[in-house]
Design a protein around this ligand. Structure first.
Ligand code: GUN
Length: 294
């Protein structure tokens, strides 16, 4: 049997359309246009592509994108100064500082400088703590995308045995918190886990966020499981070209899993759609409006 393919492109396009409709209503009924500042420090080529894609998606959703660029030599103090200005700017409802940052700048310090109510990445310690405490929070975008994709396969995640491979602050830990909030039974596995394949074989829902190309093999997967692959890895392909693969060996896994996200076209497109949703939510909260129905 071959797994059902979880089509992140279509699911994210649907979500983006719903966010754009809600933004339209906000502008028409209240005269409010959500605004997001996307801050890029230096000229990491991958980051430049991400930032361009984000700004394009923000504009397509009817929101205002304020792009801010600092040179690779910028100091921590300069970036904190810029964030202070963005925090105080009423036109800006969301702030995203593209990671990674140059060596001389401490990412944790920068994240902590962002107003938690404008932290549309959901990386601020206050939002991480709120999420862990079951309080309303701005939630990291990729983890939110993983949950939305899993829910297109499973009506409820309650009671499922979920295994998350990876313990980063950006994906592994928050995705585990979100799964716990959905009443799944959650295991966080990582590079030091004993007998990782056996742990993965327990999973009804497997989330791979390790950053190692095709590490999860077909025989690590429980027959019929839902597999969410967060990995985006560039590896050498045919004819000197490179190609993108996930953290899961897709051709093998698709024979065993019940449903699986492809790479590309699975989790990736959900991240930007969830960023737009977070920006809309942050805008409503800052204006004393109820959470948008999306
Ligand atoms: N770099 C890679 N992914 C992300 C993300 O989701 N947010 C930010 N700010 N930087 C990133």
């Amino acid at each position: 049997m071959s797994a059902r393919i979880i089509d992140g492109k279509t699911i994210s396009a649907d979500l983006r359309g719903k966010v754009a409709d809600a933004v339209h209503r906000l502008r028409r009924d209240r005269g409010i246009v959500p605004g997001i500042a996307v801050v890029l420090v230096g000229n990491n080529p991958a980051s430049e592509v991400y930032v361009r894609n984000k700004s394009k998606a923000v504009a397509e959703a009817g929101m205002h994108a304020f792009d801010r660029k600092l040179p690779a030599t910028a100091s921590e103090a300069e970036l904190i100064d810029l964030i202070g200005k963005l925090n105080a700017d009423k036109e800006i409802n969301g702030i995203l500082v593209q990671l990674p940052l140059p060596k001389q700048i401490g990412a944790q310090k920068i994240i902590a400088a962002i107003d938690p109510d404008k932290d549309v990445d959901g990386f601020h310690p206050l939002n991480a703590g709120r999420l862990a405490s079951g309080l309303p929070a701005l939630v990291p975008c990729t983890p939110m995308g993983c949950i939305l994709l899993a829910k297109t396969v499973r009506e409820t995640l309650a009671g499922l045995e979920a295994v998350v491979i990876g313990r980063s602050n950006i994906v592994g830990k928050p995705v585990a918190q979100l799964l716990l909030a959905e009443n799944a039974t959650v295991t966080i596995a990582h590079s030091k886990t004993n007998d990782l394949p056996a742990v993965c074989r327990r999973a009804d829902l497997l989330v791979a966020a390790i950053g190692r190309p095709e590490m999860v093999r077909g025989d690590w997967i429980k027959p019929g499981a839902t597999v969410i692959d967060v990995g985006i890895n560039r590896i050498p392909g045919e004819g000197g070209k490179s190609r993108i693969v996930g953290d899961v060996a897709y051709p093998e896994a698709a024979k065993i899993a019940g449903a699986i996200t492809p790479v590309p076209g699975g989790v990736g497109p959900m991240t930007i759609a969830c960023l737009l949703l977070n920006t809309l939510r942050a805008t409503c909260a800052q204006n004393g409006l109820p959470a948008p129905k999306v």
